[in-house]
Design a protein around this ligand. Structure first.
Ligand code: DQA
Length: 145
């Protein structure tokens, strides 16, 4: 299947950004590893990061015509603010998993609400870069069932 990994704002700073919260690996490292893991499971994985809400929305819209079967998304802070991202995911009606490096439920109260989570197949948070790997494995199980 074709899986799309979306990363939202500030995730391009991974590796240098608050490493005590988000780990020391770069987004490129994480994406490269996940691509290998997706291939090993028989899937294609495309990745897209943007700091711009509209660019993420446009990329989500493209999934209607580009053969995407499943979306993995770390929406960054847009998780907690973006009705527009929610509407885009609802609009294309592709199954998706919301994921976070940090355990958002153990942090500030404003991180404990997600505008996307109730539309997601599920949510994975708190496992650092392994959240990406766990999300891929969960997507794989969904796709083969
Ligand atoms: C994050 C959690 C968000 O609250 C935060 O705004 C981020 C990263 C995470 O992966 O832990 O940018 O999505």
């Amino acid at each position: 299947a074709n899986i799309l990994l979306l990363n939202g704002p500030n995730l391009n700073l991974l590796g240098t950004r608050e490493p005590e919260v988000y780990g020391s690996e770069t987004l490129d490292d994480i994406c490269a590893e996940l691509k290998d893991q997706a291939h090993a499971l028989g899937h294609g994985l495309e990745t897209f990061q943007s700091n711009h809400e509209g660019a993420l929305i446009d990329r989500i819209h493209e999934t209607m015509n580009d053969g995407t079967d499943f979306i993995l998304i770390n929406p960054g802070a847009f998780t907690h603010t973006s009705i527009a991202l929610r509407d885009a995911l609802a609009g294309v009606a592709k199954p998706f998993i919301e994921l976070h490096l940090s355990n958002v439920h153990a942090r500030e109260s404003f991180r404990q609400h997600s505008y996307l989570a109730d539309l997601a197949v599920g949510v994975i948070a708190g496992f650092g870069k392994n959240s990406y790997e766990l999300a891929l494995q969960a997507a794989h199980k969904q796709l083969i069932k």
